[in-house]
Design a protein around this ligand. Sequence first.
Ligand code: HEC
Ligand code: HEC
Length: 230
Amino acid sequence: MRRVALAVLLLALAGCDRLPGRPIRAARERRPTEVTSFDDLYRLHCAGCHGDDGRLGPARPLNDPLYQAVISDDALTRITAAGVPGSLMPGFAISSGGELTDDQVQVVVRGMRERWSTPAAFKGQSLPAYEAKPAATSGTAIGRGRRVFESACSGCHGPDGSGGPEAGSIIDRAFLELMTDQALRSTVIAGRIDLGMPDYRRVDDGGPLSALQIADVVAWIRSHERPSSP
Ligand code: HEC
Ligand code: HEC
């Protein structure tokens, strides 16, 4: 009997907020600016769109070593802090209307690097530049881009890009309105490792896509948003 009573008492005390010396609940709950672990910050602020563990979300996976090798610390920090204007990617720094202190932004950036970046695997390789210039609008670039598409992409996205056996449309206007040129470029470079789209090194049988081919195929995709384009 005494053992049972003791167990009940211990259970009751364990659930009790008013044990001597134990802070009341309100004081134990951390304010948002006091969360300092990468896992918590990522889960609270990023996983909903970029996926648990950085993959399988609606927005691109962040736990892709090639993607991590291509994007610079500066770009990663800037995007996390200030977001991507004209897209659904919000700015997270307090200075951009978000909830994260500059220190917390740094924790998120360093955490992604520590967990998902493997620079040694890409040592000595020359990778495409991360940053996108605005997509070219000249007919020449768009025409070259169409040929890149036909060679490297149409097998999955269909002969005209409106969807095929393996993957959906990439020329739909509503889709293009949601994706910046940078997001298109990032996809062409790093693929979608979570969804089975190969990166620029393997997407075409003819070998890795060149910098020009990457830019041109983005110009071709973007041209579908403009009514006058070929
Ligand atoms: C509401 C959904 C949403 C949330 C939450 C979100 N993102 Fe994003 N993120 C996006 C979208 C959509 C894009 C693509 C924007 C574009 O079109 O360029 C993006 C783009 C990015 C990019 C650039 C991708 C590229 O193409 O190179 C990075 C880096 C990024 N997000 C990091 C983060 C981090 C870190 C967090 C958490 C602190 C986060 N995101 C939270 C939706 C979100
Ligand atoms: C082996 C098949 C395959 C090939 C080849 C391929 N893709 Fe994809 N792609 C996919 C899949 C799968 C997805 C994700 C699911 C979907 O959009 O249907 C995808 C998604 C995309 C997206 C949307 C990404 C996002 O975050 O929503 C773009 C843009 C894209 N591909 C462009 C291209 C371009 C450009 C090429 C050629 C350079 C290409 N793809 C080649 C399979 C492929």
